[in-house]
Design a protein. Structure first.
Length: 350
């Protein structure tokens, strides 16, 4: 596969270690009275992240955004579900995500991000589809969105399906353009796989032979959420329904829930003043390139807080030639005054 620019091969780029005890809680739902709506008590016990049974649990309705949270017998949030979104964040065993080839930062988290079969609605905890799904997924340790995302960083081992198609492993951003400086974009998941793909709309897309094992920023998100986790995908930004092809299409799509809306005048828009409503698994959108006009031109996956307490994300980037938490400018943070913090524009929850 193509080699990454300016980085030695590091085979231990991903560590998914199960650690004893609790670690950083990467999101906290506000408990102030104006945010509360209703509280429902759950009379039957559910397994805690440790596998043990807990006491009485409660369902609580919160606003901004409208959501339902499940609290354990001690009042701690163990799961969160947002109205209109299929993303679920649930507590589980603590894990550490590192990527030494790109950055020294690490994320220690007990958040597990999973995709529900249907969008959440108020009262869905009483519906059979959710009861079945929750029973199968709460406390489970099968690969979630975070685990899948880190299967494409530098040094990640190749995994193949029954047909011998590599569906995971070290991904590059894309090949160089003729100028030898910039890299080609428009590298989707089927380019990485090297096989044609027929979308639900009936459109079949053919892979570029020179883009094998390549994923641009939106292609990376489509691989993680779509091909691997089965979120519906559009063939382009206009064909079919589901997650659009480009970062701009995703940011402006009606798919999912806008957690931070795009604001300000084009083409550069405004940096959000408040990021408190973000939760792990949200898609983050950036305006980075004057050549793209008024388009949003970069997307990443929000991971929560790193070990230093900063809000970080993972995305596929030209500079690092593939998925990374780091870059030449340092850690990929959206807080503070760094490069990506200044270019952050909006966020969506699928």
């Amino acid at each position: 596969m193509p080699k990454r620019k300016g980085s030695p091969v590091v085979h231990a780029a991903t560590v998914l270690a199960l650690l004893a005890g609790s670690a950083y809680c990467t999101y906290e739902l506000r408990k102030d009275q104006q945010d509360k709506v209703t509280v429902h008590t759950v009379t039957d016990n559910a397994p805690a992240a440790s596998g043990k049974h807990v006491g009485q649990q409660t369902w609580e309705r919160l606003n901004a955004p409208a959501r339902s949270v499940l609290r354990d017998g001690k009042g701690a949030v163990v799961a969160s579900f947002t109205d209109g979104a299929r993303t679920a964040v649930m507590k589980g065993p603590s894990r550490t995500f590192v990527e030494p080839a790109g950055t020294s930062t690490k994320v220690v988290t007990d958040d597990w991000v999973r995709l529900m079969p249907e969008p959440w609605t108020k009262g869905a905890q009483n519906q059979q589809w959710f009861k079945d799904w929750f029973k199968d997924n709460y406390g489970g340790q099968q690969d979630d969105i975070f685990a899948i995302a880190f299967q494409y960083v530098q040094g990640a081992p190749v995994k193949k399906d029954a047909q011998g198609v590599p569906y995971a492993g070290d991904a590059v951003f894309g090949p160089y353009k003729p100028d030898g400086v910039d890299r080609f974009e428009q590298n989707d998941f089927y380019d990485y796989l090297g096989i044609p793909y027929t979308f639900r709309s009936g459109v079949t897309m053919q892979p570029h032979q020179d883009r094998y094992r390549a994923l641009d920023c939106s292609g990376f998100m489509r691989m993680v959420w779509g091909y691997r986790s089965r979120f519906p995908l559009m063939a382009t930004d206009t064909s079919g329904d589901g997650l659009p092809r480009s970062a701009n299409g995703m940011a402006r799509s009606r798919t999912g829930v806008d957690i931070i809306a795009l604001q300000g005048a084009a083409p550069w828009y405004e940096r959000p003043k408040n990021t408190d409503h973000l939760q792990p698994g949200d898609l983050l959108f950036f305006k980075m390139d004057h050549r793209t006009g008024d388009h949003i031109d970069h997307v990443g996956l929000y991971l929560g807080l790193d070990a230093a307490g900063h809000k970080v994300f993972i995305s596929s980037r030209k500079e690092q030639n593939g998925p990374t938490m780091g870059d030449k400018g340092g850690v990929s943070r959206i807080d503070g005054s760094g490069f990506y913090a200044g270019l952050f524009r909006s966020a969506k929850r699928l």
